[in-house]
Write a protein that binds this ligand. Structure first.
Ligand SMILES: Cc1ncc(COP(=O)(O)O)c(C=O)c1O
Length: 423
């Protein structure tokens, strides 16, 4: 089939409809690879936007979906519950940090962020603190593309053009000390000052723990999170961790919060949760947040998406979480980390490379200048490795099931791109 209908009718993410960039037609997928309509196979080094950790069409996930389809495809979650949602709650309970209890399912990561923000504000309203209706967030942060989520993402990042539309929140600069840098207390001073001055107006602080993704591609020091937890407690402000990208092993711990030993009041999860075949996310609240909202003010939490806790997505997510343990995600992610560290190290010698960083199954080469889209496409087809660099970042977040050879192929492709960028 030609892609004429695509060009004529379909609007792709972050793309124009006039002279859109070319797209590959995917016809199948297996393991780390996507098979194109012309038979070419590409290693999906981006895990299809960071969710496909177990690889494409994993039989455990596809059969969980098939089995659930024979029983119940959907039922509204107001007034009903079902086995897949309850099973998933039990699976999550075994894995979530102690202290997080009440799971509110959402259809996508962005919506989970919206729910977390509404929970925080409703919590403060229930405590008769209606002035605490803003959030504090960070430069370099990214929390999604819906309006609330955009308003909490880096104001100078990819959503700048929507400034006039977005509600105003408070921002501190991005956490300055890198993950393996030497901690300095001054690095927390801007957020400390912000909370000292504005805590009366702030319901919660939101942050991507350890790894700021789509607006920074950067790992920062765990001590920042410890300081943040203490400052939030001292100022009666909730703490929200957005673990949508980092959750379930992506940066080397089950959740990135483990690096700091800090538990938030609300945590957003998504992406690897469902393993990539169907969409599911959640905002998970502490017992206190759940109870205060339920016992004060309106009582009920005022949110209810149509497809909330979709049974097929819950069944897929149960299979996804069990798979992680079955194939020992920790040793696989450790192995990917050391292979990526070795494989990407030569980039440091390439002109125009500003930094090379790896944590868990996430590797980034930061370049002064990005190669053109045409060059990226040529290199992708040369190596049969799908990468989608953006900003100043050549990056990979490969499926955890990648073989050492596949990881090496990804590293070589990134080195080739870095060399092309230097031309
Ligand atoms: C940290 C973070 N939060 C939220 C989102 C939004 O998730 P979704 O694309 O599922 O709406 C993303 C997506 O990349 C993300 O990385």
């Amino acid at each position: 089939m030609s892609t004429d209908s695509d060009r004529r009718y379909l609007w792709h993410p972050y793309a124009p409809v006039v002279n859109p960039p070319p797209v590959f037609e995917a016809a199948g997928g297996s393991g780390a690879r996507v098979r194109l309509a012309d038979g070419v196979e590409l290693i999906d080094a981006v895990s299809s936007w960071w969710c496909m950790a177990h690889g494409h069409n994993h039989p455990a996930i596809t059969s969980a979906i098939r089995e659930q389809c024979d029983k119940l495809t959907h039922v509204m979650f107001a007034g009903f519950t079902h086995a897949p949602a309850m099973e998933l709650a039990e699976e999550l309970r075994q894995r979530l940090p102690a202290g997080l209890k009440h799971i509110f399912f959402a259809d996508s990561g962005s919506i989970a962020v919206e729910c977390a923000v509404k929970m925080a504000v409703q919590y403060q309203m229930a405590r008769k603190l209606p002035a605490k209706s803003k959030l504090a967030a960070h430069g370099g942060g990214y929390h999604g593309d819906t309006i609330g989520a955009m308003s909490l993402s880096d104001p100078n990042g990819m959503h700048t053009m929507f400034k006039g539309l977005l509600p105003k929140h408070f921002f501190a600069p991005m956490p300055a000390v890198p993950f393996d840098g030497e901690w300095r207390d001054e690095a927390f001073a801007p957020m400390q000052k912000l909370l000292d001055e504005h805590a009366d107006e702030i319901a919660a602080v939101i942050i991507e723990p350890i790894f700021q993704g789509a607006n920074a591609m950067r790992f920062y020091h765990p001590q920042y999170l410890k300081k943040l937890r203490a400052a939030c407690d001292a100022h009666d402000v909730l703490l929200i961790f957005d673990e949508i990208a980092t959750g379930f092993g992506r940066v080397g711990r089950r959740f990135a919060q483990e690096y700091a030993g800090v538990t938030p009041d609300i945590m957003c999860i998504g992406k690897i949760l469902s393993g990539g075949a169907v969409t599911l996310a959640a905002a998970v609240a502490s017992e206190q947040v759940g109870e205060v909202i339920s016992e004060g003010g309106r009582g009920a939490f005022l949110h209810g998406p149509t497809y909330m806790a979709n049974p097929i997505a819950c069944a897929a997510s149960c299979a996804s979480l069990r798979l992680l343990d079955q194939y020992d995600w920790q040793s696989r992610v450790n192995a990917i980390e050391s292979r990526l560290k070795d494989g990407l190290a030569p980039a440091r010698a390439i002109a125009g490379v500003r930094d090379v960083r790896v944590l868990g199954a996430t590797g980034v080469i930061e370049v002064a200048q990005m190669p053109s889209p045409q060059v990226v496409r040529r290199i992708v087809l040369k190596h049969h490795v799908w990468l989608r660099p953006f900003g100043n970042w050549l990056y990979t977040m490969p499926p955890f099931i990648c073989t050492p050879d596949e990881i090496d192929a990804i590293s070589e492709t990134m080195l080739d791109l870095a060399a092309e960028a230097a031309q």
